[in-house]
Ligand binder design. Structure first.
Ligand code: AMP
Ligand code: GLY
Length: 442
């Protein structure tokens, strides 16, 4: 089957590898020249991924029978609606359904209206008086978020990035005046305390099939220090739970996501595609931090590396209906993904620098390499301001997967940075201890 894949990051390289595994012909649209994707694809178009009309024209000219969209920005631009209007089944949500990610006020108001569990207290602010009132109502232990998309970099947390009421007001003013995230609106939300985890699910508008849970690491530096990033790496445990996440917690999160899909359906915005839930596991169970209308990046690399079922068939079902548990099986393996990023990523990333990647060396270590936001040029691989390559170790235990990833990273050189602590035993033990303290059974 001919399949269109949109996006040029690590997540999209993982999507393309998974689609290519069952012998499909891939046609790729991306804004950077990702060598992993171009190698697998029958044809590639370098393009602004939000240029919906051109992407649809390209898809039609190639006669593709299915489309899969990686990033959120084209979804917000209505790419799935335009592809479907051109009679190309699309395994990604419409503009209206993608509002679950693209508008933080929409997602919170939807959950409230439909009584979905796992809500943090929140308030939507359109001016500075709303902000002051929200602080009076919720207290200072809050999180400030622009309503619109900011590439994972717009959220500021009290006690970490904001130290006083004045800091909160000043950041809120910035959002309102500079329209950070694309509109003069922000969400002020109760600060949740616990351990974060990601749950991704395949959805066909009606039903939802969950994938293994994953824990991402958003902070740029080791020990969870520094600014928030798109994600520096993530791990998953064999069997789908996490060392601090019980079966009950997992099912509670699945229930919240199913209820959200149902709420969207009732609002006339059928959700088709991968739904991503970012949760905080609190003393009271999982609460929603965020929804995304797509796979996570890096989390896609964790789960797609162990997907045993035919991913193209799953995408056809997300687009056309009939998704089922039997059709989406994962190998009982742990995964550790570490992102190699340009030096300075998170603050001042070094773009345009050459990095050397010894693919054979990485394969010899038994690890999987996914190229991310790099540009291939005359046989060289050059960094951009975004993440460069994801390395995934797969094994029965997280610890062994971590060692595989670490050994493989030695085959990449240049002005790069890596969070070596991701998936390490001490880090995981600290997470388990933290969760026990929060639950009060330490
Ligand atoms: P986002 O970009 O919206 O996924 O948020 C980035 C990060 O900010 C999350 O991964 C959390 O670590 C943190 N965060 C967001 N909302 C909250 C919240 N309500 N309470 C505590 N931390 C939060
Ligand atoms: N890893 C977080 C995200 O994809 O938004």
């Amino acid at each position: 089957m001919k399949i269109l894949a949109v996006g040029g990051g690590g997540r999209e390289h993982a999507i393309v590898e998974a689609l290519a595994r069952s012998g499909n012909d891939i046609y790729a649209c991306m804004s950077n020249s990702n060598p992993g994707i171009s190698r697998r694809a029958k044809d590639c178009l370098l393009i602004n991924e939000k240029d919906v009309l051109k992407v649809v024209e390209y898809a039609k000219s190639k006669g593709v029978a299915l489309a899969v969209i990686g990033p959120e920005a084209p979804l917000e631009a209505g790419i799935a609606d335009a592809l479907e209007a051109a009679e190309i089944p699309t395994a990604s949500p419409s503009k209206a359904a993608a509002m679950i990610e693209t508008s933080k006020s929409f997602s919170r108001e939807l959950m409230l209206k439909h009584g979905v569990a796992g809500r943090a207290k929140f308030s939507v602010a359109n001016d500075i008086n709303d902000v002051k009132k929200a602080i009076d109502d919720l207290g200072e232990s809050i999180v400030v978020k622009p309503t619109g998309l900011t590439g994972g970099k717009g959220v500021k947390v009290f006690g970490e990035h904001l130290m006083s009421r004045e800091d909160i007001i000043s950041y809120a003013k910035d959002i309102l005046e500079k329209r950070i995230g694309g509109s003069a609106q922000l969400v002020i939300e109760e600060k949740l305390v616990g351990e974060e985890f990601t749950l991704q699910a395949f959805c066909d508008g009606m039903r939802l099939v969950p994938m293994p849970a994953v824990q991402d690491h958003k902070r740029a530096f080791e020990g969870d220090k520094g600014p928030n990033t798109g994600g520096m790496g993530a791990y998953s445990q064999a069997g789908g739970l996490l060392p601090f996440l019980s079966e009950d917690d997992y099912h509670a999160a699945v229930g919240i996501m199913s209820d959200v899909v149902e709420a969207l359906r009732k609002e006339g915005a059928e959700y088709k595609g991968v739904l991503y839930g970012q949760f905080m596991l609190t003393k009271e169970g999982p609460k929603v931090v965020e929804f995304n209308a797509r796979f996570g990046d890096p989390e896609a690399m964790n789960v797609l590396s162990i997907l045993d079922s035919d991913f193209a068939a799953i995408c056809e079902r997300m687009a056309g209906g009939g998704i089922s548990m039997n059709g989406a099986a994962f190998a009982p393996r742990a995964t550790v993904c570490k992102y190699v990023v340009p030096e300075g990523y998170g603050t001042k990333p070094l773009a345009g620098e050459e990095i050397k990647i010894d693919e054979a060396g990485i394969a010899d270590e038994g690890a999987v390499l996914y190229y991310a936001n790099v540009n291939a040029s005359d046989g060289r691989v050059l960094t951009t301001t975004s993440r460069s390559a994801g390395i995934v170790g797969v094994s029965e235990e997280i610890h062994d997967a971590e060692m595989i990833a670490e050994r493989a990273i030695k085959h990449i050189s240049g002005r790069i940075a890596v969070r070596h602590d991701i998936g390490r035993r001490e880090m995981i033990e600290a997470r388990v201890r933290h969760m026990k303290e929060i639950r009060g059974d330490a």
